[in-house]
Design a protein around this ligand. Sequence first.
Ligand SMILES: Cc1cc2nc3c(=O)[nH]c(=O)nc-3n(C[C@H](O)[C@H](O)[C@H](O)COP(=O)(O)OP(=O)(O)OC[C@H]3O[C@@H](n4cnc5c(N)ncnc54)[C@H](O)[C@@H]3O)c2cc1C
Length: 437
Amino acid sequence: MQDKTFGYRIAKTIDADVVVCGGGVAGAMAAVAAARAGASVVLVERYGFLGGNATAGAVAQFNSWQTANGRRVVAGLADEVVARLGRYGGAGEHATFVMSTGHRMDRVEYAPEVLKLVLDDMVQEAGVRPLLHASVLDVRVAGRHIDSVHVLTKSGVVELRAQVLIDASGDIDALQRAGATFLELDDGEALQPATMMFRFGPIDFARFEALSKTEIAALARRGYDDGQLARAALHSSRDPFSADGWFNIGRLGIDATDAMALGAAEIEGRRQAWKAAQYLRRCVPGCEQGQLRAFGTQVGVRETRRIVGDHVLTSEELLRPEQFPDAIAAGAYPIDIHPAAGGELRYEGLGDDHAYQIPYRSLIPVGFDNALAVGRGVSATHSAHAAIRVMTISMAVGQAAGVAAAMAAQPSQAGHVRAVSTPALRERLLGDGAKLA
Ligand SMILES: Cc1cc2nc3c(=O)[nH]c(=O)nc-3n(C[C@H](O)[C@H](O)[C@H](O)COP(=O)(O)OP(=O)(O)OC[C@H]3O[C@@H](n4cnc5c(N)ncnc54)[C@H](O)[C@@H]3O)c2cc1C
């Protein structure tokens, strides 16, 4: 490969206590929590709106707030998001449903466009400075210390100097630029596929939802065998404002950090969605009058880079479940692996009252003193990530990282994230309504 060095001029420098790169649900919660804990915060996001997979990816349902028998394990800022969505009329109630695999869980369906407004409100009210339309370009490092993040904006390259960096970019682009190390897949593992979500309607939900699990499975199998569906599923969530549904039935086996592959997947994802919509119209009861109304702004990306952290969370620890003294969030979502090459989901349900914990050490990248990773970049094996990747848990982890970063940014700590007292962090999170078990 050719080695080239390009210079560029810094158009502007901004100082803050905490810089959060990536405004998905994990980054938005991290920014809000850090600002509410007293830090000055800049939130960098490449799009003109926040939410990531939750808005641009149009995932449209927050899954798994509680154990199968109904014990709440995620709350805090995530609850506030749902309450605010409700005030705009943009979310349904917590509803229990039974997966095709037989697992019982709860979810909240929401309107992705309204979530953009809710996240705008939350960051602005908290005093976070959002830097939208800004992409991570480079990171300057001195030894174990992140000095600054350079982002490309309409005003040119902006330098962001902070005590603490929180990488919430999903793909963990900032830490990648800083030279961090990432976990490898084991033999036989593949990155979870991406999916182009699409909105379809109107749907006669009375008839669609009256279909039995067996009927749905048979229709999905027929669509897949006929080459109309990319996976044998008719999984959707209902738009709270209309008789439309957001369908999650595409499958794109790519590494989304490969720019050419990502672009090709957007095109293929739209083709898959179009074909699936025709199948719904033709063959699925309740969908005869529907048409494809919208694609996600981009393909939803389930998995890319996961940091090597001070602790690598494993699926064995989730299944035991291991009790961590530095637990900063909890979850109850099962291990849910979509095979990239096709075929059935690997879905490992948990026991009725089973919840697991996420330790603070899994947010700390080895080799750096003043950085944290949140959301789908947390240090976890492929199979543990398959459980903790959902938005409920991402919001809880984001909240914890925000508070931790504000604590680390105190002058006495000089940005050192390992110097944060985890008992004090946990106490603060519990005081703010979070659940840790
Ligand atoms: C198809 C699909 C279905 C899913 N289904 C569910 C479900 O039903 N329920 C559930 O709870 N979860 C579900 N998930 C999982 C969930 O959506 C994600 O794991 C979660 O949203 C991760 O949040 P995040 O904030 O870590 O990352 P992301 O949502 O990926 O956010 C990252 C943010 O960083 C920004 N960014 C990225 N790179 C840069 C850069 N270089 N510079 C600046 N900004 C950058 C992005 O634009 C984005 O806003 C699903 C995911 C997918 C893909």
